[in-house]
Design a protein around this ligand. Structure first.
Ligand SMILES: [Zn+2]
Ligand SMILES: [Zn+2]
Length: 447
């Protein structure tokens, strides 16, 4: 019987052997960036790799998701997902942007796709698989970045999706029903090689449409209703309530104007915004979301325009599962040394949001970070300076964690399950998110 150390040694050697191939996958995804729910090329690359490696999979889940299945040969046991996010952002001045779409990997998700496959490459070693009980689920998931809200609303109207984040929609579709726990390693600009812990903000996503009345901007502005002025007033109102946000709620309120009018010679009659309200706890989220809606109404009231606010259920705060995290941490330390690993307290909230948070509401998950990036996350200078740290190190740490979970009769994985109390069932999650969706209409002309 090989020991855990033997299994890990064989796995790490196999990952090292595939290192060039796996880093090549990261670079290929970097050069073909695709935003959420359009990740066709990236999805195909994952499918081709799984096919070449003899791993059965389902494709087209939530439009572009790819879910593999590798059965351990030592018997039944829990299913552990290793996740990689397929999508990019839109950063048209990023050096690796797509000319046609402006898409660019300014959040390092191309490295996640590769580290997921890298971990899998190690675990496919026959002597390792023979010692694992349960199932490994390599899962390439779409649309973590909650962007292009208007386009996703159209997909919803067409009945092609209901929830507008990738893991949210996969949860709704039941694609996680046969998964027991999950992990994903995200790149960062941290000086350390691996980091565990912390949480993230939940959010509400808003699509805001102002309707006014067009008129000649020079000859008859008094006959128009200026929807752009309504929006501008609303933004001032939002800035006026910022002093009420409490530090402990890690509130972030921000957005973009996606349509400001049609022609400079006319009073703008149709103006749209995509907006976001974030917070680390759900009470503050609900409260601040309602206050921001009031600000949008205030803009409509001021000029007599009407406003429609489509509130879309966004992400939920992240809960890292303690025993799963401890298992990853031990392997991280063994791999790169204690000095290269950071441990953050559970309340450490960087302000961002992820739909791993949604997954963490229904099953044990971890969302550790790896180093290797430089620049500013979501900025035009976010680049991977060290692919070994951004791809190979997390692949190894996740593969070692899977060995601890599923070797020796999957005792550790079962402990993780019995120790964890996710706040919701899958059904409760879907019902909870559905209940958050609402459309608020307000006619400022009627006051
Ligand atoms: Zn991001
Ligand atoms: Zn990201």
């Amino acid at each position: 019987m090989p020991t855990l150390a033997d299994l890990k040694r064989a796995t790490l050697a196999a990952i090292d052997q595939r290192k060039a191939e796996v880093i090549g996958i990261a670079r290929a995804v970097l050069e073909n960036p695709e935003t959420g729910f359009t990740e066709q090329k990236t999805s195909r690359l994952v499918q081709e790799t799984l096919r070449a490696w003899g791993v059965p999979f389902q494709a087209g889940l939530a439009l572009t998701g790819v879910k593999g299945a590798v059965q351990g040969k030592a018997g039944p046991g829990p299913a552990v997902a290793i996740i990689g996010e397929l999508d990019s952002l839109r950063v048209p001045d990023h050096p690796h942007h797509d000319e046609a779409t402006g898409a660019a990997h300014a959040c390092g998700h191309h490295c996640q796709v590769a580290s997921m496959l890298g971990a899998l490459a190690g675990l496919l070693t026959p002597s390792v698989l023979e010692s694992l009980s349960g199932r490994i689920v390599p899962f390439a998931v779409p649309a973590e970045e909650f962007i292009e809200v208007e386009r996703r609303l159209r997909l919803r109207e067409e009945g092609r999706l209901e929830f507008m984040g990738g893991k949210q929609e996969l949860l709704r579709l039941g694609a996680f029903d046969d998964v027991d726990m999950a992990m994903l390693c995200h790149t960062s600009t941290d000086r350390v090689k691996l980091a565990v812990g912390g949480t993230s903000n939940g959010h509400v996503v808003k699509f805001v449409q102002y309707s006014g009345k067009g008129a000649h901007a020079g000859g008859s502005p008094h006959l128009g209703i200026n929807a752009l002025n309504a929006a501008a007033f609303a933004l001032s109102a939002i800035n006026a309530i910022r002093e009420t946000f409490r530090e402990q709620d890690t509130v972030r309120v921000h957005g973009i104007l996606t349509r400001g009018g049609e022609a400079v010679s006319a009073v703008p009659s149709r103006v749209t915004l995509e907006w976001r309200v974030r917070s680390g706890n759900l009470e503050a989220l609900v409260d601040n979301s309602q206050r921001v809606d009031r600000c949008f109404k205030a803009g409509a009231l001021a000029v007599g325009a009407s406003v429609t606010i489509t509130n879309i259920p966004g992400y939920l705060p992240l809960l890292n599962a303690p025993l799963l995290q401890e298992t990853f941490l031990q392997n991280a330390v063994a791999l790169v040394g204690r000095g290269a690993v950071a441990v953050r307290p559970p309340e450490h909230n960087g302000g961002g949001s992820t739909d791993m948070g949604d997954l963490s509401q229904v099953m044990p998950v971890i969302h550790p970070y790896c180093g290797g990036a430089q620049g500013t996350a979501h900025g035009n200078d976010y680049l991977i300076r060290d692919y070994e740290t951004a791809v190979v190190v997390p692949a190894k740490a996740m593969a070692m964690t899977v060995i601890d979970l599923l070797a020796e009769g999957a005792t550790r994985a079962r402990q993780v399950l019995s120790n964890s109390r996710p706040p919701m069932s899958m059904e409760q999650y879907v019902a909870f998110q559905r209940a958050r969706a609402e459309v608020v209409r307000y006619d400022g002309a009627k006051g």
